[in-house]
Design a protein around this ligand. Structure first.
Ligand code: NDP
Ligand code: MG
Length: 380
């Protein structure tokens, strides 16, 4: 029986992780959860699974939750998430909070040699060098939850890095894949939230529409698999059936396929190196599907992808700025303070005005993250 600590329990990945736990009550126990502000959803989870510890985003949410549940250990904020990540009872940390707020918990879990299933991609984008250095130092594997990275992880098949020609990341194209840049001028928040293949949290759905999500995934792949950026290619694949591929020196390509269902990579990160049945997911019917499509990614059509490659290649503190500016810009768009295309302008300006600091430590990263957001919130 593994004790699971689930950060971001009330979110899209969090709830699908709970589906997986529900299927295998003999394997997994929900030991602790963290969430932001959704007290109703959290109360349902607490009543059903009786976790020993709960972390909430702020004091106000703690007060609201206490009314519903009086005999529970409730912790608050980033410190609370770090405490449950270090807890001796925690066997596996599933980090599925949204945003770089999850960084401290990832680093803490590494230091305490926990099994880590990582969905929180912003952690790897903002501080990939620190996270991977710590993982190596403490001998901890980061098991990817993101479907593309789970596919790459499975396609790597334990083979030597030197035999890899390239990684091919697939991109569905997001909500606006068939629109021209001209047509993007008038799009609304509701249009952007309407993803063709996946049902996900609001922030990542917007990131998919701008293609920043794929950009973040390029940086995530660089760190997770220690692959240089010129060996990471992105292609459009509108069906989201091939989740990603690896091409080897002999031109052989290994891919991982399946219906778009995040419970599959979530479960694999929990059961690796074993597999368990997953009755909730559907078999892929290749005959019914009959055709798969692939197309070249256009960097002019999707400048956020180019920004991410640039930030990744330059390195230092630039990926932190890319990520923080993107988190703020998406939030401003969701609150209708800026238009869809202004997301790109905001990120580009933040990156252009930043003076890169090489090899930033954790305090520097946190300071740059906060400063980048502050500047943007003051302006808009
Ligand atoms: P959601 O927005 O659906 O969920 C986010 C979760 O984080 C919620 O539980 C939310 O709580 C919680 N949260 C947000 N801010 C804080 C905070 N400051 N402190 C504590 N908890 C917080 O996001 P997703 O589940 O879609 O995505 C989560 C992560 O997984 C992201 O990094 C995303 O990029 C990644 N990911 C998601 C995929 C997907 O299919 N959804 C696929 C691959 C990666 P509450 O709602 O209660 O406020
Ligand atoms: Mg993904």
């Amino acid at each position: 029986m593994k004790n699971i600590t689930l950060l971001g329990a009330t979110g899209s990945i969090g709830l699908q992780t709970i589906d997986v736990i529900k299927e295998h009550p003999e394997q997994f126990n929900l030991y602790a959860i963290a969430f932001g502000k959704n007290v109703d959803k959290a109360t349902e989870i607490i009543e059903a699974f009786k976790p020993k510890k709960v972390v909430v985003q702020d004091e106000q949410t703690r007060r609201e939750l206490s009314i519903h549940t009086d005999q529970l250990t409730i912790l608050v904020g980033k410190e609370g998430m770090e405490e449950v990540s270090a807890d001796p009872e925690t066997d596996v940390l599933v980090n599925a909070v949204m945003g770089s707020v999850g960084l401290g918990a990832t680093l803490t879990a590494i230091k305490h040699k926990k099994q880590i299933a990582i969905a929180n991609k912003e952690t790897l984008v903002t501080a990939g060098h620190l996270v991977m250095e710590a993982a190596k130092h403490y001998g901890v594997d980061l098991l990817p939850v993101d479907s593309e990275h789970s596919a790459i992880f499975q396609s790597l098949n334990g083979e030597s890095r030197k035999d890899i020609n390239k990684i091919i990341l697939t991109a569905s194209g997001g909500s606006f894949r068939d629109k021209t840049r001209e047509q993007l001028k008038g799009v609304t928040v509701a249009d952007a939230l309407n993803h063709p293949n996946w049902s996900m949290g609001a922030k990542i759905t917007i990131d998919s529409a701008t293609m920043m999500n794929k950009g973040l995934e390029v940086i995530e792949a660089h760190w997770l698999f220690d692959i240089p950026y010129d060996k990471i290619e992105v292609i459009q694949h509108k069906e989201s059936i091939i989740h990603s591929m690896v091409e080897y020196a002999d031109k052989s390509i290994i891919a991982q396929l399946g219906t778009p269902d995040m419970r599959v990579p979530i479960q694999y990160a929990l059961t690796y190196p074993n597999r368990l049945p997953l009755s909730a997911s559907k078999s892929l019917d290749l005959v019914e599907l009959s055709t798969l499509h692939f197309a070249k990614m256009d960097m002019d059509r999707f400048p956020c992808l180019a920004f991410a490659y640039h930030a990744g290649e330059k390195g230092g503190s630039l990926p932190t700025v890319l990520n923080a500016a993107n988190e703020a810009a998406v939030d401003l768009f969701l609150r209708e303070k800026i238009t869809f295309l202004e997301i790109e302008d905001v990120i580009e300006q933040a990156m252009t005005s930043h003076k890169i600091i090489e090899n930033p430590d954790l305090d520097t990263i946190n300071a740059i993250d906060a400063e980048t957001r502050k500047k943007l919130y003051e302006k808009y």
